[in-house]
Design a protein around this ligand. Structure first.
Ligand SMILES: Cc1ncc(COP(=O)(O)O)c(C=O)c1O
Length: 412
């Protein structure tokens, strides 16, 4: 039987296969549990990437697996012409857990679909086409979401994009105020940019955006796809600033690391169109009972185990350890930053970052680049990680930096 890596390379993505090979990850995954993944040759890895912020509960959290199994044996898919119970209960739970005033939910299957829905709802409600987005922002790769994701390598090959999008620097509220005009429907922003390289905005940024958008009669969409469900040390990333947006998008960790699901939660006025045009936006699989059961369990585990507080405490520990380490490597590491267990290490050169990722993999630690910022290696371990795992990774990081230095000495 042909090797699955070769099949992937031939039939799915030769370029990505090449990149994986370069970082020594030309391997095939086999199984996973908690913070660990094993490949088919029995090698064990500590998963400090966590599927880009999806695996807040680790792999195969038993309560999520159990909830999904129960729903699987009962009714995994909705017929859609009857009402699915887990989906309705999940919507009500999300309305409880999001800031006051957000009470209506649309379900999709991914972050991009949540953003697409938010984009459409904003246009429908305001009757205006314009959206302001941020440099380095990442909102997905379907055509609408991609139009809000200003990276030339992804946008250029498919132009023309959805029109009406303006791009402003991240963290600069005054630039948003300047970009808003009488054609602007909404501003979309991440509380911390994930793919942009774990960029934490100045304190007060979201509050200022809320003030400006409210004053100018423009909607504020906060994209919590990567920051949500405890990742940054609070349940939502926006909880650090205590604001209520008009629309909030979530996905990734919402499915408990077991099922894909995405949602946009918003003020009821923004969903009024569904009263007269109930199928103006819909999805066959969005919020299916299996995914909704996973999400309901994931939310309860996150709250009962107080994972946001754990993310804060362990994130502070990881950040402090990495900063300590970075101090000894000024030629390699430009900055260590983050909040909670959303941590980025910015290298002085993307090639150094790539070598370090490879050396970490060699030592059984999985990490990756930010998609919009190849200088930054991000660490987004499960929130159930323990201090001992972090100590192992800090040691591996130090060894990886030393090995990279040795490799570079050999080249220059
Ligand atoms: C903030 C943000 N929004 C949207 C997306 C797109 O999510 P998906 O890959 O599930 O479509 C991502 C994915 O990384 C993200 O980080």
């Amino acid at each position: 039987m042909e090797n699955a890596f070769d099949l992937f390379e031939r039939h799915i993505n030769p370029g990505l296969a090449g990149l994986l090979r370069f970082t020594g990850l030309d391997r095939i995954e086999d199984r996973a549990e908690g913070v660990y993944v094993w490949d088919t040759e029995g090698r064990r890895y500590l998963d400090f990437l966590g599927l880009y912020g999806t695996l807040n509960l680790g792999h195969r959290h038993p309560r999520v697996v159990e909830a999904v199994k129960r729903q699987l044996d009962r009714m995994p898919m909705s017929v859609r012409v009857l009402v699915p119970e887990p989906t309705a209960r999940l919507a009500a739970r999300l309305a409880e857990l999001t800031p006051e005033g957000l009470s209506m939910v649309f379900f999709g299957n991914s972050g991009a679909e949540a953003v697409e829905a938010a984009f459409k709802l904003a246009r429908i409600y305001t009757g205006k086409p314009g959206i302001v987005t941020t440099e380095g922002g990442f909102h997905g790769k379907t055509l609408g979401a991609l139009s809000l994701t200003p990276k030339p390598e992804y946008q250029r090959p498919v132009e023309p994009l959805v029109p009406g999008v303006k791009v402003v620097p991240y963290g600069d509220a005054a630039a948003v105020a300047e970009a808003i005009d009488d054609r602007t429907a909404a501003v979309i922003v991440e509380p911390i940019q994930g793919e942009g390289g774990v960029r934490v905005p100045p304190d007060g940024y979201l509050r200022e955006l809320r003030r400006i958008t409210a004053e100018r009669g423009v909607l504020l969409i906060v994209d919590e796809v990567q920051t949500g469900l405890g990742r940054t040390g609070r349940f939502w990333g926006l909880d650090w600033e205590g604001i209520a947006p008009d629309l909030l998008t979530t996905a990734k960790a919402l499915g408990g690391g077991v099922m894909p699901i995405g949602a946009v939660i918003g003020r009821p006025e923004l969903f009024a169109v569904f009263k007269t045009n109930p199928l103006v936006h819909s999805s066959t699989f969005g919020g299916n009972p299996l995914a909704a059961a996973a999400a309901l369990a994931a939310i309860e585990v996150t709250l009962e185990e107080d994972l946001p507080a754990r993310a804060k405490e362990l994130g502070d520990y990881l950040l402090a350890g990495l900063r300590d380490l970075a101090g000894a490597w000024p030629a390699f590491v430009a900055e260590v930053r983050g909040r909670g267990l959303m941590v980025g290490v910015e290298f002085t050169d993307p090639d150094i970052g790539a070598l370090v990722i490879g050396e970490l993999a060699e030592r059984g630690v999985l990490t990756a680049f930010g998609l919009n910022n190849p200088k930054v290696v991000r660490l987004e371990p499960p929130l159930i990680v323990e201090k001992a795992h972090i100590d192992t990774v800090l040691q591996a990081f130090e060894d990886a930096l030393k090995a990279t230095a040795r490799a570079l000495e050999g080249i220059v």
